[in-house]
Design a binder for this molecule. Structure first.
Ligand SMILES: C[S@@+](CC[C@H](N)C(=O)[O-])C[C@H]1O[C@@H](n2cnc3c(N)ncnc32)[C@H](O)[C@@H]1O
Length: 217
């Protein structure tokens, strides 16, 4: 890639999602990315040949503009759309600008859906976490793949907010139509300062991958 996401160096379980996707989906399958930001995952998915639906509420992440990076470093950041154009991937991606919780459900059920550390954003706290999950789940066709990595609570404040969750707490949302394929979680780890969190900080992250069963059980 000629361009880099501002989130490039943050820890991710994405390779586990990609491996499951490559195993289950056809090469031209459609993958929705919720909270696409400037494309850390959208670009590799599109470059791998997948069609991508990128949902993002932050105009700056989509269109680019002035951002503050660690060290009080103000710079112009490229947004998702310019990155896609520069990498000749724009044709493979449908960009949906808006709040995933507010908009219409996605036009058609996708083959897979992925989100990375999006639902804990305070803008989502006015709705139950279950609503975010149900919207994601109902966007996946039968036989399709669900993948989410998410923040687990580290501070007392976070432990009072259900959007900081764990694989164990999420499991109850994946009964009936779903088979949980993989769960992972980290211990607390140090993450270097990055856009949005300008000091070095501590995180805990979890992963849940699930497959939607092919026929009703
Ligand atoms: C931590 S950032 C993503 C960084 C990540 N490593 C990546 O590039 O995928 C999470 C993104 O989710 C977006 N987001 C959170 N809630 C959303 C919602 N309800 N609808 C659309 N986007 C949302 C935020 O605006 C933010 O850009």
């Amino acid at each position: 890639m000629q361009t880099r996401s501002l989130w490039e160096h943050t820890l991710t379980f994405f390779p586990h999602f990609l491996a499951a996707l490559n195993e289950r989906a056809t090469p031209d399958a459609t993958v929705a990315v919720i909270g696409a930001s400037d494309g850390k995952f959208v670009l590799p998915l599109a470059a791998a040949g997948y069609r991508v639906i990128a949902v993002e509420r932050d105009a700056l992440a989509l269109h680019g503009g002035e951002v503050t990076l660690p060290g009080d470093n103000r710079t112009h950041a490229m947004g998702l759309i310019d990155r896609l154009k520069l990498e000749s991937l724009y044709d493979r991606v449908q960009v949906v600008e808006g709040d995933f919780l507010q908009g219409e459900p996605l036009d058609m059920p996708c083959d897979a859906i992925w989100t990375s550390c999006s639902w804990h954003y305070s803008a989502n706290h006015h709705r139950p976490l279950a609503e975010f999950l149900t919207r994601m789940q109902s966007s996946v066709r039968r036989g399709g793949l669900f993948g989410a990595e998410f923040m687990m609570p580290v501070t007392q404040r976070q432990s009072l907010i259900e959007h900081y969750t764990s694989p164990e707490e999420l499991r109850c949302h994946f009964i009936g139509d779903w088979d949980v394929l993989l769960t992972l979680s980290t211990s607390e780890f140090a993450e270097r300062a990055h856009i949005g969190q300008l000091q070095d900080h501590t995180h805990r992250m979890g992963l849940l991958l699930a497959g939607r069963v092919s026929s009703q059980r």
